[in-house]
Design a protein around this ligand. Structure first.
Ligand SMILES: [Cu+2]
Length: 172
C-alpha cells in the first residue's frame, strides 16, 4: 500500500521534471534591431537559431524603430501598411507560438527596403520525442580495420615496453 503510493508519487515527480525540462528547452534569442548591412542579415541570423514552437525573440531597438509582424508578401515588398501586429515598446518579446513562417520588418520609411530591417523566421514544430529517428542518422559503423588499429595500438606499445625491459634485464 505504502509502496504503491510512493511509486505513484515518484511517477508524478518524474512527469513534473520532464515537463520542466521540456519548457526549459524553449529559448529566448535576443536581437539588436537596427540598420543591417545585407538583405539577409536578420534572416540568416534567425535560421542559425533553429527556432522551434515556444521559442521567443527579444527585439531591442531605439525610439527611431518599430517592429511589425507582417505576411510573407508584405515582407518581400517592405509593405508596412498591413501589419499582423505592431510593436513600439523598444523592447519587444515575440513568442513564436506556432510552426511555420513569421515575417518581421521595421515600419519606419526606408528602414526595410534601404536598411534591410527585415527578418524571415521559419519555426519548426517541437518534436514529441527528443531521440533522433534511426533513418536520419546514417552514420557508418566503424570498419573492422579501424577497430583493429585501435586495439593493437596499446598492445604494440606494451610489447615494445616489455621488449625494452627484457633487453635491459638481459643487459644486466
Ligand atoms: Cu527602423
Amino acid at each position: 500500500m505504502a509502496a504503491a503510493v510512493k511509486s505513484s508519487s515518484l511517477l508524478v515527480a518524474l512527469i513534473v521534471v520532464a515537463g520542466l525540462l521540456q519548457s526549459a528547452s524553449a529559448k529566448t534569442a535576443t536581437v539588436n534591431w537596427e540598420y543591417a548591412v545585407s538583405d539577409t542579415q536578420y534572416t540568416d541570423w534567425a535560421a542559425a537559431q533553429h527556432f522551434e514552437v515556444g521559442d521567443k525573440i527579444a527585439f531591442i531597438y531605439g525610439v527611431g524603430h518599430d517592429v511589425l509582424q507582417v505576411s510573407r508578401s508584405d515582407l518581400d515588398t517592405c509593405q508596412s501598411g498591413n501589419p499582423i501586429k505592431t510593436y513600439t515598446s523598444n523592447m519587444t518579446v515575440v513568442t513564436l507560438d506556432k510552426g511555420g513562417y513569421f515575417g518581421f520588418i521595421c515600419g519606419v520609411p526606408d528602414h526595410c527596403d534601404k536598411y534591410y530591417m527585415k527578418m524571415e523566421v521559419h519555426v519548426s514544430s517541437r518534436s514529441p520525442s527528443a531521440s533522433p529517428s534511426p533513418t536520419t542518422s546514417p552514420a557508418p559503423a566503424p570498419g573492422p580495420s579501424d577497430a583493429t588499429i585501435l586495439e593493437t595500438g596499446p598492445a604494440v606499445m606494451v610489447g615494445i615496453l616489455m621488449a625494452a625491459c627484457a633487453a635491459a634485464a638481459l643487459g644486466l
